[in-house]
Write a protein that binds this ligand. Sequence first.
Ligand code: NAD
Length: 313
Amino acid sequence: MTFGTEKPRVLDGIAIAAEIKAEVAQQVTEALAQGYTPGLAVILVGEVPASQIYVRSKVKTCGELGIYSEMLTPVAESTTEELLALVDSLNKRDDIDGILIQLPLPAHVDTNKLLDAVLPEKDVDGFHPINAGRLLSGASPDEVLAPCTPAGIIEVLKRSKIAIAGQNAVVIGRSNIVGKPVASMLINESATVTICHSKTKDLPAVTREADILIAAIGRPGFVTADMVKPGATIIDVGINRLDKAEDVERFFPGNEKRREGFEKRGSSIVGDVDPAAFAVSSAFTPVPGGVGALTIAMLMSNTVKAAKLRRKS
Ligand code: NAD
C-alpha cells in the first residue's frame, strides 16, 4: 500500500545530527571566546559491553566538537554511597557542566537515588524530577534540559518542516526516558497528544487517528500497516536486534543488503515499526539512521546549553 502516488520521505537522522553537531561546535567556539570550555563527565559503573560502546562514542563526539570530557569508571561492586560521593564531587566542580550516569546500573545500586543526586543544572540526560517537572509545566525549550531522545524527535520534526501544532500525535510507550517526555514536549508544541501503552484498548483504532505516530515500545516490527493513517508521519524509536535469518527475511523480504549484513554480523536491527508500514506514511525515520542518530547530538547540545545556562552567558 502507498499513500497517494508520492513515495514517503525518509527523514535522515544522520544528516540532521550532523547539522546539530556543527551548530554545537560553533557554540563551543563562542564559549572558548568567552573564556570557558563546556565539560561533560560520564560515569560508567562496571564493564557492560553495550554501555562501554555508547560511552566511548559519547566521549569521542565530545572530542570532535571541542567539548572537554572525562570518563569515570567505578568498579561494578561500588556501593550507592560511593557513587553518591562521586556525583557530589562532580556537582562541586566548576569545569564540569554536565554529568551523565550511563544506565543500566548494577542491580544493587539505587538508580533513582543516584539520578536525583545530580544537580538539575548539570543533568544533561534530563532525568532529574526537577527537569521532568519543568518540561511538564511548559518551560521554554531553551531553558530546560530535556531528555536527549525525545528532544531529538522534536528536532527531526521541526527541521523536516513537519507541522506539530494542532496535529494528532499518538505516542506508543510511556517510559520516563522516551514516551512521557516526548508526550510533554509535543503538548508544549501544541499537538493533541494521546499516550498508549500495553493496557490500551483497541490500539490500532487509536493509532489510526495519528497524524504523527511515535513508536517507543521495544518490540520488533510491532506497528503494522493497518495501524497507520495514510499520510501520517512515523517516528520509529525502537532499536531491536534480530538474531534469526528468518526474522530478517520476514521484515526485509528479498533485501540483499540486509541479508549480507546479517551474514557478516550475525544480527540485524529493526525498529518498532514493520518496515512495510512505512509505505503508508508520508514521512518516516528509518532504523538505523533515524532517531538513534540524534541522541548523542542532543547530549552534546544539552552539555553546551547547561554550560551557558549555569554561566548565564
Ligand atoms: P520501555 O521498555 O521502558 O517502555 C516500553 C513501553 O512500551 C512501555 O511503556 C509499555 O507500556 C509499552 N508497550 C509494551 N508492549 C506494548 C504493547 N503490546 N502495546 C502497547 N504498548 C506497549 O522502553 P523505552 O526505554 O521507552 O524504549 C523503547 C524502544 O526505544 C526500545 O526499542 C529502545 O531500544 C528504544 N530506544 C531508543 C533510543 C535511541 O534511539 N537512542 C533511546 C531510548 C530507547
